[in-house]
Design a protein around this ligand. Structure first.
Ligand code: ZN
Ligand code: ZN
Length: 321
């Protein structure tokens, strides 16, 4: 399906790949960036029919970009982000190896990878495909530990973290503790529904224990993933707690019988599933999850990446062709 792009999101992950030496990249250059995209159907390729695909011309669609093979067990359940065959088959997400959404047009490999956004503005919906989808997927896997009386710590209130606070508020009954090294991010977390918002320092783990009568947090969502944040995650976790690692910056969670809380569950997560994206779009349509979008023309992409690298983007930077 050929899409005419209406909006493309700018993600921190892109900076990571752009900082790598070309010889270490898992794909060949040149490559077009943009793994968050929304567009309208321009043309259907051979083998795709309007009737079978359900695609409506002139209707905006969000692109599900964690492409899988569509045939293996995880793919059959919609969990294409955990496709067992994608790496072997050389299937790469658009914007991360396959040409992405920072262009006038985007070629999508299968109509199942398009999710209708209905009346949502494309520039607001585009960040649902990663900045909201990824925390949504992380939280969905922990719902059994996020009931009434539970406590969830969110580390890092950036693009994904501020979406996580909204998803927790909308889909669980947990008490939210937001933690960030930058004080200016904390007001945002509070306005989105976090009960507590703290600047991370040497006392944070003790404060979390204090708040829970010495027990610890039920779930810690780590959107940073440095050695400092993984230490904080471990020190704040309760027996039968969970640590979900979303950020990756050199931190490691070692688990051993006796030295870590019993029953501790640690997971690394990658993006989200197709089923998750349908649910995220539905939450946005209900108005309970909203990503602040900062719009820029596509031609300014390079300058926008500089801005992102300098920590000067509020919410999500979105490029418009
Ligand atoms: Zn991303
Ligand atoms: Zn698969």
């Amino acid at each position: 399906v050929l899409l005419r792009v209406l909006a493309a999101g700018v993600c921190h992950t892109d900076l990571y790949f752009m900082s790598m030496d070309a010889s270490r990249l898992p794909f060949r250059l040149p490559a077009t960036m943009g793994h968050e995209g929304v567009g309208v159907v321009e043309e259907l390729g051979p083998g795709v029919t309007e009737a079978a695909s359900g695609l409506i011309p002139d209707q905006p669609y969000a692109v599900f970009a964690a492409w899988g093979c569509g045939q293996c067990g995880p793919c059959a359940r919609g969990a294409e982000n955990y496709c067992t065959r994608a790496a072997r088959l050389g299937i790469r997400p658009p914007g991360l190896g396959t040409d992405g959404a920072m262009a006038d047009y985007l070629l999508v490999d299968d109509s199942r990878h398009l999710v209708s956004i209905g009346e949502l503005p494309p520039t607001e919906a585009v960040a649902l495909t990663d900045a909201v989808l990824t925390p949504y997927h992380a939280i969905k896997g922990e719902r059994d530990r996020l009931g009434p009386g539970s406590m969830c710590v969110v580390i890092g209130i950036g693009g994904l973290g501020h979406a996580a606070v909204q998803v927790l508020r909308a889909t669980t009954e947990t008490t939210i503790v937001a933690v960030d090294v930058r004080a200016e991010k904390l007001a945002l977390a509070t306005s989105l529904g976090a009960e507590h918002a703290w600047v991370a320092d040497a006392t944070t783990a003790a404060a979390i224990l204090d708040l829970t009568g010495g027990v610890g947090a039920d779930v810690v969502l780590d959107f940073v993933g440095t050695p400092e944040t993984t230490t904080l995650s471990l020190e704040s976790s309760r027996i039968n707690g969970s640590i979900v690692m979303v950020g990756s910056s050199g931190g490691v969670i070692p688990i051993a019988v006796g030295s870590t809380p019993y029953g501790l569950r640690a997971r690394s997560v990658y993006w989200g599933g197709l089923d998750d994206l349908h649910e995220v779009v539905s939450l946005a349509q209900q108005g309970v999850v909203k990503v602040h979008a900062e719009l820029h023309p596509l031609v300014d992409a390079a300058a926008v990446y500089d801005k992102l690298a300098a920590g000067q983007v509020t919410g999500r930077a979105v490029l418009v062709p």
